[in-house]
Design a protein around this ligand. Sequence first.
Ligand SMILES: NC(=O)c1ccc[n+]([C@@H]2O[C@H](COP(=O)([O-])OP(=O)(O)OC[C@H]3O[C@@H](n4cnc5c(N)ncnc54)[C@H](O)[C@@H]3O)[C@@H](O)[C@H]2O)c1
Ligand SMILES: O=c1ccn([C@@H]2O[C@H](COP(=O)(O)OP(=O)(O)O[C@H]3O[C@H](CO)[C@@H](O)[C@H](O)[C@H]3O)[C@@H](O)[C@H]2O)c(=O)[nH]1
Length: 433
Amino acid sequence: MKVSVIGCGYLGAVHASAMADLGHEVVGVDVDQRKIDALSAALPPFFEPGLPEILASASESGKLRFSIDISAVADATVHFIAVGTPQTQGSAAADMTYVEAALDGLLPHLKPGDLVVGKSTVPVGTAQKLADVIEASGTGASLAWNPEFLREGFAVQDTLTPDRLVYGVENDSATEILDEVYADALSKGTPRIVTDFATAELVKVAANAFLATKISFINAMAEISEVVGADVTQLADAIGHDVRIGRKFLNAGIGFGGGCLPKDIRAFAARAEELGRGESVAFLKQVDAINLRRRQRVIDLALNEFGGSVVGKRIAVLGLTFKPASDDVRDSPALDVAVQLHGLGAEVVATDPQGIENARLRHPQLTYVDAASEALTGADLVLLVTEWDEYKNLSAQTTGELVQNRTIIDGRNVLDAGIWRSNDWKYIGLGRP
Ligand SMILES: NC(=O)c1ccc[n+]([C@@H]2O[C@H](COP(=O)([O-])OP(=O)(O)OC[C@H]3O[C@@H](n4cnc5c(N)ncnc54)[C@H](O)[C@@H]3O)[C@@H](O)[C@H]2O)c1
Ligand SMILES: O=c1ccn([C@@H]2O[C@H](COP(=O)(O)OP(=O)(O)O[C@H]3O[C@H](CO)[C@@H](O)[C@H](O)[C@H]3O)[C@@H](O)[C@H]2O)c(=O)[nH]1
């Protein structure tokens, strides 16, 4: 099929490359010349495992090209909208201006039979509005809503072999077109839910709200554990054995961040309020509040170590991205804590295998070093805040030889407390004795 993907960020660049990998003829369009230049040279503009390989092979096969010019979509019959829907400045609601601009740019190039497919995460009710605009344009094109569930760090495999496909459609022909697009995954038995626009839009925000709630639930248990001296990691293991609960997404720590969960739960709550149903998801405000308290907890623990002031203390921050296997620092708990400690007068020395460039763009005031050993040298306190393998596998003994003072706050609860303590470290976990 001839496919266009409008918006080539973390979602769109992977989607475009994966569609081409499956044999479709794809053009990706973005307004960011830097991204288009990189992608056109088959170089991913961000770090995502597996993307370099499929981008290179699809580009070489001639199935994949990129353009800054929206008219490049004219040949395609399926047009995915994958632009950003960030949090609006000064409000909890999603900023829909990029989606609106993408559709405006697309409209003059639509032909009868074309299908516009929404992938961006949007407030429920958006698809109907966009469908009305397309209908009024008289182009003869129509709309489907096909939310995306990929995780950064696993984006390629999640796109090629998704857990499920959700189609929000108004007619069978949209379903047939999407079935053709996703023929490979469907042939492997991927479940497919065909529904209306509103359900498709809600599935996406409900999934992210559930995941965020699960994380904040375990972090709430961590808060209680801290008071009574219980161990939240054992608690998670124990309740996780119940298959109705499950162990996944029960890792207590510094909390969730990224370009999705935080802004999606806020946008969902804001949309529910607009719909007069704010109380139905009022708990999401608690989910958000619990999450943000975990960042404060790490700051408080650091302050406690130095009698209430971190001024002049050298703090090694291991990790800047919101999760490992990504260079994404959007709403990253790790970066947030580093910036706040710097603001409190600490001498923060931060490191990350992939996130330094993005972190430096946003917060040039921090000191960044490439090697963990350099960050650790002379440290008065160590914070492990993103669970990259190389930090999980740090040796307590060799790390101890580098630092000034053997105190570590394990913001992801990934180190073996016993080993660190037996190497003369003061080990502080979150919700662990
Ligand atoms: N990142 C993820 O893991 C993920 C997963 C599922 C869903 N989503 C959703 O997908 C959407 C995109 O997220 P993202 O993380 O890829 O964001 P992103 O910021 O990485 O990418 C968005 C891209 O859209 C481009 N853009 C903006 N306006 C444009 C226009 N008018 N025409 C063409 N390009 C335009 C931007 O330049 C940018 O490259 C969001 O709604 C997000 O919630 C993201
Ligand atoms: O037990 C856990 C699991 C995750 N996290 C944190 O939660 C955040 C989000 O993690 P994850 O969901 O793996 O990352 P994303 O790539 O943001 O993916 C989420 O957001 C995407 C965008 O909407 C969705 O497509 C995915 O399905 C959804 O998992 C990260 O900061 C993690 O560190 C925890 O603190 N504890």
